[in-house]
Design a protein around this ligand. Structure first.
Ligand code: NAP
Length: 246
């Protein structure tokens, strides 16, 4: 078993969906979890109660990853409380679909700011803490929409493609400091993000998947965990697809 005792893992969007499954995977390997949530206080309270009662080393912080000042305040606090961090999983994301001709500038901006801006601000803040120990793993949760495209998701596709560009350049900047930067690209995964999609459209998405089913958050968590593990020590600048063959 890979032991993550004394490893500090920051996960954005850690209290629901894929982020929660990633947190659970690291908790099972004894990591110290610093989980970030945004507006769903009930989900955060539930998770905190569930895992702190079991003795997990889990601290949750409220922060809007799209707000650079809030992120820099968060890192100041983390530096005081934790000193360094070992792993950052940039998982927080939203979708807000509309065909381009009808997409409002707010719909465009919010999806870019949270998915892409949030990934940048969180990575920028993590690097100085990782440089202190010359070790770090940064993982971004992108999407195959980045290269396949889906009608109605120009904002989401652009943000997710942007994360891949961000990841590839950042990987080159920090490779010599023993920090790796990679993406995980989940296909259609059963979470609240896609629960809200109309049933007929969901069915058409399901038919696109060669394995003929949606994935689970736990299946994505395995990939994120692998990239953070010693088995992935020579992998950087890569995208790992978890898509059932899309
Ligand atoms: P989800 O169930 O809707 O959860 C989204 C998480 O992001 C929540 O924890 C939410 O926090 C957090 N979040 C949203 N806006 C935030 C902000 N401004 N600041 C901080 N946290 C914020 O979504 P999911 O399906 O697990 O998706 C997780 C990631 O995987 C996203 O990046 C998504 O694009 C990507 N992805 C998902 C799928 C899929 O099929 N589900 C496929 C490919 C990629 P609160 O709970 O506090 O609101």
């Amino acid at each position: 078993m890979i032991d993550f005792s004394h490893k500090k893992v920051v996960i954005t969007g850690a209290t629901r969906g894929i982020g929660k499954a990633i947190a659970e995977k690291f908790i099972a390997h004894n990591a110290t979890i610093i989980g970030i949530y945004h507006a769903n206080y009930e989900a955060a309270a539930r998770m905190s109660e569930q895992y702190q009662a079991k003795g997990a080393d889990l601290t949750l912080y409220q922060c809007d990853v799209a707000d650079p000042d809030a992120v820099s305040k968060l890192y100041k606090e983390l530096e005081e409380t934790h000193g360094t961090i070992d792993v950052l999983v940039n998982n927080a994301g939203i979708r807000n679909d509309a065909i381009a001709a009808l997409m409002s500038s707010d719909q465009w901006r919010s999806v870019i700011d949270i998915n892409l801006g949030g990934s940048f601000y969180m990575a920028k803040g993590a690097i100085p803490l990782m440089l202190k120990q010359k070790y770090g793993r940064i993982i971004m949760i992108t999407s195959p929409v980045a290269w396949l495209g889906i009608a109605g998701q120009t904002n989401y596709g652009a943000a997710k493609a942007g994360q891949i560009g961000l990841m590839r350049s950042l990987a080159k900047e920090v490779a010599r400091k023993k920090i790796t930067v990679n993406c995980v690209a989940p296909g259609f995964i059963e979470t609240e993000l896609i629960d809200s999609i109309d049933e007929k459209l969901r069915e058409s998405y399901r038919k696109m998947v060669p394995m003929n089913r949606f994935g689970t958050p736990a299946e994505v968590a395995e990939a994120a965990f692998f990239l953070a593990s010693p088995y992935a020590s020579y992998i950087t600048g890569a995208v790992l697809d978890i898509t059932g063959g899309l």
